[in-house]
Design a protein around this ligand. Structure first.
Ligand code: ADP
Ligand code: MG
Length: 341
């Protein structure tokens, strides 16, 4: 991996010119990235961040994750160090990551900003796209493979009691290597790459290394205060809870409009944890748990997004300040499973 330290030591290794990223940052229109001086397309929205593709021939092979939430360069450098160690730990645990780099700087406008740069993965190879073209049995195989990756992380945690790594295991965070859309099968040896590394959660001797408050920065101030440390602890704690992550990953099939698969995937998971994953001590999960998790999760995120939009309106139209975040459009969620439960 690329060594990241002070700007000089890793700029040489960056596959793109730092000047281009700086110019991009200066010209970015966060509300309409496609209308920026150097236009960008949105590759994907996560719950927290936006992933961009900068429309320039020399960077067409890379995905850019822009993190604009730092209030000082010190904070930015701290995040950078934590990000680097996190990726290292994931590699040590045996996960595969896309090739990655990072670059942080203070923009001309005085904003400390960090860009995660990754090899651009084929969008069709990413879990939430692939499941729409895979046969039912193949989806079950994919879920089992994802559980195998979870297992690598939790076994690593068992082997290293002073370190705990967390991941966000949703299918939308994995890319299937060598996936062929024309001939969508998985074969017997499914190789996955984990790319959602922008929330580097890991604990050393029980101490969270990331300043998780950073991730409240993009929330309206009132909401951030309401969420406060209590809820934040809960949200963060979720990513360390293997069983909860499995429930979350399966609940996502509701969001993808594939509610009919949920029951079967619950069985796949329970089977996995009674066989190869036995040592992890995960109690069987039930479909009811998955369904109620989804309902709660969908409600929380849609209120959260509405509040962020309201905050953007307030900041830009009333206070006439700038608003640095790129917000996703309303998430299309599928609710049809409601009728069946
Ligand atoms: N390296 C990449 N290549 C192509 N698309 C990507 C890449 N990284 C992320 N994406 C797209 O952006 C979405 C969100 O990215 P992710 O890293 O999971 O961020 P978040 O933490 O916001 O979920 C992904 O589901 C995927 O569609
Ligand atoms: Mg993600």
């Amino acid at each position: 991996m690329v060594r990241m330290g002070d700007e000089k030591s890793y700029v040489a290794d960056l596959p793109v010119k730092i000047e281009l990223i700086k110019r991009f940052e200066d010209s970015l229109d966060p509300k309409h990235p496609e209308r920026s001086g150097i236009p960008a397309k949105i590759l994907g929205y996560g719950e927290i961040g936006t992933v961009l593709e900068i429309q320039k021939e020399e960077v067409k092979d890379f995905a850019f994750k822009r993190m604009p939430m730092f209030v000082s360069e010190f904070e930015l450098r701290r995040y950078e160090a934590v990000y680097e160690t996190y990726c290292d730990l994931l590699l040590q645990a045996g996960l595969k990551l896309p090739r990655y780099w990072g670059v942080g700087f203070v923009s001309s406008a005085g904003r400390p900003v960090f860009y995660i740069i990754q090899e651009k993965l084929d969008p069709l190879s990413i879990g939430h796209r692939a499941i729409h073209v895979l046969a039912k049995e193949e989806i079950a195989k994919l879920v089992r493979a994802v559980l195998g990756e979870f297992m690598k992380v939790w076994e690593f945690n068992q082997r290293n009691p002073d370190v705990q790594i967390a991941i966000d295991g949703q299918v939308s965070n994995w890319s299937i290597m060598g996936f062929d859309q024309q001939n969508p099968g998985l074969g017997d040896d499914i190789q996955l790459k984990y790319f959602d590394t922008s929330t580097p959660l890991y604990r050393i001797d029980g101490v969270e290394q990331l300043n998780t408050e950073l991730f409240l920065r993009n929330s309206p101030p009132l909401l951030a205060r309401l969420l406060g440390n209590l809820v934040l602890e809960d949200v963060v704690g979720h990513y360390y809870d293997l069983r909860g992550l499995v429930v979350d990953m399966i609940a996502n099939f509701h969001k993808e409009g594939m509610s009919e698969l949920v029951g079967e995937l619950v069985e796949v998971a329970n089977d996995f944890f009674s066989q190869e994953g036995k040592t992890l001590g995960v109690f069987p999960i039930s479909q009811k748990e998955v369904d109620s998790f989804y309902r709660k999760d969908a409600a929380v995120w849609s209120v959260y997004l509405d509040l962020r939009k309201l905050d953007r309106f307030f900041r830009t139209k009333v206070l006439r300040k700038d608003y640095p975040y790129v917000l996703p459009p309303r998430v299309k969620r599928h609710w049809q499973f409601k009728k069946t439960v």
